[in-house]
Design a protein around this ligand. Structure first.
Ligand SMILES: Cc1cc2nc3c(=O)[nH]c(=O)nc-3n(C[C@H](O)[C@H](O)[C@H](O)COP(=O)(O)O)c2cc1C
Length: 221
């Protein structure tokens, strides 16, 4: 017997409550609203949604959380200058596919996408506008680095509605088409595009690329 919420319960039941609590955490965490951006710096960039304004004034601070396994994270440890491009609800799915489902370790992300330059940083053209930022601090946690960056400059081009992460999740089939081997059952990570082949995902499976669990995998037959 163990104690849970002040009550003595059997071990098996406690495991059920832990599972329930985890499911609840995942549900509630998606209710924190995020935007959708392409973060670029010299040599690469990736899609990010974990972005937040954390101070006000003429030159506000913005925090951006970047996974330590991303090549972009490595790049941002050797340079301070970056551009955060704001995506609209009507963005071409290739922009998300290019920056969110591939690593600049494997290929040149700027080859297939039309870009323009902001102080030597390539920025995709298909955006609402951008913020040019300068990193002032880096906070490391177990999975991500939180980059604290100061606003330097910015521009808006289109009067379009920005995309939120939840809008992307609800419409992701319209934006991203991951290619899989014909005739094989595949499980696709809806966050980073990693493909696992097999009838079922192994128990306790975590995405080897971005760390999310089985609930964020989609089965393709
Ligand atoms: C919708 C969406 C949101 C994402 N949000 C983040 C994020 O906030 N932080 C992050 O580190 N990666 C995020 N990613 C994952 C990276 O964009 C992805 O792993 C990318 O391929 C990394 O590329 P790189 O290795 O060239 O840096 C997101 C991906 C998608 C599709």
């Amino acid at each position: 017997m163990i104690e849970y919420k002040g009550e003595q319960i059997r071990h098996q039941e406690a495991e059920y409550f832990d599972f329930e609590k985890e499911v609840f955490m995942k549900e509630i965490i998606t209710q924190i609203s995020h935007g959708m951006y392409v973060l670029t710096t010299i040599g690469g960039g990736c899609i990010v949604d974990a972005v937040c304004q954390i101070s006000s004034g003429e030159k506000p601070l913005i925090s951006i959380s970047v996974n330590k396994t991303n090549y972009t994270n490595e790049l941002l440890h050797s340079q301070n200058h970056l551009v955060l491009a704001i995506l609209s609800k009507n963005v071409d799915g290739n922009v998300i596919d290019n920056f969110g489902f591939h690593s600049a370790r494997d290929y040149d992300k700027f080859e297939k996408i039309e870009t323009f330059e902001v102080n030597q940083i390539q920025v995709p053209k298909d955006i609402i506008g951008y913020l040019e930022l300068e990193i002032e601090d880096r906070i490391e946690n177990e999975t991500h680095t939180l980059f604290i960056a100061r606003y330097v400059d910015g521009k808006t081009f289109k009067d379009d509605i920005e995309m939120t992460y939840n809008y992307y999740r609800e419409h992701k089939d319209e934006f991203v088409k991951v290619k899989t081997i014909k005739g094989e059952t595949a499980w696709i990570c809806t966050i980073c595009g990693y493909v696992y082949y097999g009838e079922e995902l192994p128990e306790g499976f975590l995405c080897p690329k971005c760390g999310v669990d089985a609930s964020l995998f989609q089965k393709m037959e």
